[in-house]
Design a protein around this ligand. Structure first.
Ligand SMILES: Cc1cc2nc3c(=O)[nH]c(=O)nc-3n(C[C@H](O)[C@H](O)[C@H](O)COP(=O)(O)OP(=O)(O)OC[C@H]3O[C@@H](n4cnc5c(N)ncnc54)[C@H](O)[C@@H]3O)c2cc1C
Length: 598
């Protein structure tokens, strides 16, 4: 994987060019490599050996405290000490001023080694970065700095039992307590937050919850819709302006842990805010400090959305990668069966490793094309985040990111799950047991189509908003990029694939228009997921073609990349036709099907 990562970063994405920019001027190819080396080493030594342990010894709540394996404490400590929590932050707040693309590449090692143990750090870094963007100077100093230092960890509390995809239905209330608190306007929160990752543990001395809640109007009622949602810092233990614990416990109580299919090493919690389990200041109500302006909560929360969704997509890719490597290793060693050729007819001849069967190679090539293509997608998007922050064409980067982010989140969630399923298949019965790691990768992976916006919600975002916004400007920006690759490829051995991609792109454009031709969202959006699948496969075919053009020589590495690219065009891209057919014809079946008919 490291060789592929280095190839994509340097030969394909030319990350060293970023060092010509003022923000990254103190970096070089060497400092980037040093970061990746450190991450690779910590992931190998502190995370990977304990990934199974974190799964089998799942977090346990004894009614008072949550217990986690010591390995989780040690791994997260090593991560914090590496400085990666503040990797992209300014030097003057203790950061490394790394480009997003290098930060993501470094974190990829942890997702591959143990996605669940890495979860605490990813959440903390996202939480603190949000506070750097929207918090007051004191909120940054007290909360964000201590999170970056690894002294406290953070969470994101959006979901509620009755409000998952539909965040406008959030019902947690925030009542004003003291407008003039130095840590920010102080409120008292009451409500329940469901599915909160990292919501309770004793890895760090405090937990900084970022909580979405509604401030009631003068009539005492909560404003319907997303406009009424605000964002609050709710620490588990109250702190003063010097970031010392005051000794008072905030009114945030763990109602219970969720017991999950996978991702078990990260605690997942139902948290009760303000139920009176604790009484800070002598009364019930969770103390929370407003971040940003009232009503600005969702905007603040989604400020880091690009990075969060690329992070989820990259996590999905790395789980796929872990399964791919494990099944590749197995396929080289497992003798089973004989060739179909005349030589294989001799049953006294030794059995051959299963990697020699074409069907096993198909399964390995499928995985290779999904995980390496997915890695290219995520790094490309992370590079665009750097363009947005420090590049010359910010508008162009924004337009591309708008349409690519739903794909960056959803495509690996679906296809690297398929990769994990194929990894199990390569191992046969052994893959279905807990003696091998591939079943855990599949279980861990299954989350990714659910959280950070479900598959269905991502598809609605893509077809309902992103491709139609500003008269289709984002789609046009993407099409122009794809066209550039096609024009380069048409002069090469890749001409056939270039033509195939041009046809797929035209089909996506045509289906988009037909889907919206009645102007009725319910017509267009009934088939949003097949649309997103076709869109994603077209994007991946484009990236594979672009990557193939960057490959030089005929080493095994180069031939492998070309084979995976060819696989994608031969076996995967043709699927888009079937997906787009129901989109273009606005197939009404799913929309019209009555609940009674099931
Ligand atoms: C392990 C785990 C960790 C999580 N971590 C966090 C966390 O740290 N913080 C946090 O705030 N949340 C977290 N979540 C919550 C996660 O974001 C939600 O589960 C997700 O948003 C979906 O909400 P829901 O589970 O209520 O499902 P629902 O919203 O009820 O969705 C159920 C199904 O209906 C579909 N659906 C819903 N609405 C529509 C619609 N309008 N159109 C079409 N289809 C629709 C969905 O696509 C889905 O398939 C986590 C969840 C899990 C499982």
């Amino acid at each position: 994987m490291r060789q592929t990562l280095d190839f994509l970063l340097h030969d394909w994405l030319k990350v060293q060019e970023l060092t010509h920019r003022e923000r990254f001027a103190e970096h070089s190819a060497e400092t980037f490599a040093a970061v990746l080396d450190t991450c690779e080493r910590i992931a190998r030594d502190k995370f990977a050996p304990f990934n199974r342990l974190a799964d089998t010894q799942e977090p346990h709540f004894d009614g008072e405290r949550v217990h986690l394996p010591q390995a989780t404490h040690d791994a997260t400590k090593a991560y914090a000490e590496s400085g990666m929590l503040a990797a992209a932050q300014d030097y003057d707040v203790g950061g490394m001023q790394l480009p997003c693309v290098i930060e993501m590449a470094g974190n990829a090692f942890f997702s591959k080694a143990s996605v669940a143990m890495g979860g605490y750090a990813m959440l903390t870094s996202g939480n603190a970065s949000l506070l750097m963007a929207h918090g007051t100077p004191l909120q940054r100093e007290v909360f964000a700095s201590n999170e970056f230092a690894g002294r406290w960890f953070g969470t994101m509390c959006l979901s509620e039992p009755q409000a998952g995809s539909s965040l406008s239905d959030v019902a947690t209330r925030a009542e004003l307590d003291d407008e003039a608190d130095p840590l920010g306007p102080r409120y008292r929160l009451t409500g329940n937050k469901m599915w909160i990752s990292g919501g309770e543990h004793e890895i760090t001395e405090n937990i900084v919850h970022l909580v979405l809640a509604k401030i009631p109007g003068p009539d005492g009622k909560l404003t319907p819709g997303t406009r009424g949602i605000s964002l609050f810092i709710v620490p588990k233990h109250l702190v003063n302006t010097q970031a010392q614990l005051t000794g008072e416990r905030n009114d945030v109580a763990l109602a219970g842990l969720n017991h999950k299919l996978g991702y078990r090493g990260t605690t997942n919690c139902l948290l009760n805010f303000g139920e009176g389990r604790f009484t800070p200041g002598g009364r019930k109500g969770a103390v929370g400090y407003l971040v940003g302006k009232p009503g600005d909560g969702l905007r603040c929360m989604f400020h880091m959305m690009n990075e969060a969704r690329i992070g989820v997509g990259l996590g999905a890719v790395m789980l796929g990668y872990a399964g791919y490597e494990a099944s590749l290793e197995y396929a080289k060693q497992r003798p089973q069966g004989r060739p179909m050729t005349a030589a294989g007819k001799d049953s006294a001849s030794p059995q051959r490793p299963i990697i020699e069967h074409a069907d096993v190679r198909r399964m390995l090539l499928a995985q290779k094309s999904y995980v390496e293509g997915g890695l290219a997608l995520e790094l490309y998007c992370a590079r665009l985040v750097d363009e947005l922050a420090t590049g010359d064409d910010k508008a162009g980067a924004q337009a591309l990111l708008d349409v690519l982010i739903p794909i960056a989140k959803s495509w690996p969630s679906e296809w690297c799950l398929e990769a994990n399923s194929l990894a199990i298949q390569v191992l046969g019965g052994y893959g279905y047991t807990r003696d091998f790691p591939v079943e855990q990768y599949w279980r861990d992976q299954r989350l990714n189509m659910i959280h950070e916006g479900t598959h269905g919600i991502q598809a609605l975002d893509l077809l309902g908003r992103k491709v139609v916004q500003q008269g289709g400007a984002s789609l046009a920006a993407l099409a122009a990029r794809v066209q550039q690759t096609i024009e380069r490829a048409i002069q090469t051995d890749w001409a056939a694939q270039a033509n195939q991609l041009a046809a797929a792109l035209a089909q996506v454009g045509g289906a988009t228009k037909k889907a919206w031709s009645t102007g009725q969202p319910e017509d267009a959006l009934a088939n949003a997921v097949p649309y997103m699948q076709a869109f994603g496969h077209t994007v991946l075919a484009w990236l594979w073609l672009d990557v193939a053009l960057a490959v030089e020589g005929d080493s095994d590495f180069a031939q492998g990349k070309r084979a995976a690219a060819r696989y994608f065009f031969a076996y995967e891209l043709p699927k888009t036709g079937a997906w787009l057919q129901v989109v273009a014809s606005r197939e009404p079946l799913c929309r019209e099907m009555k609940p009674e008919y099931f």
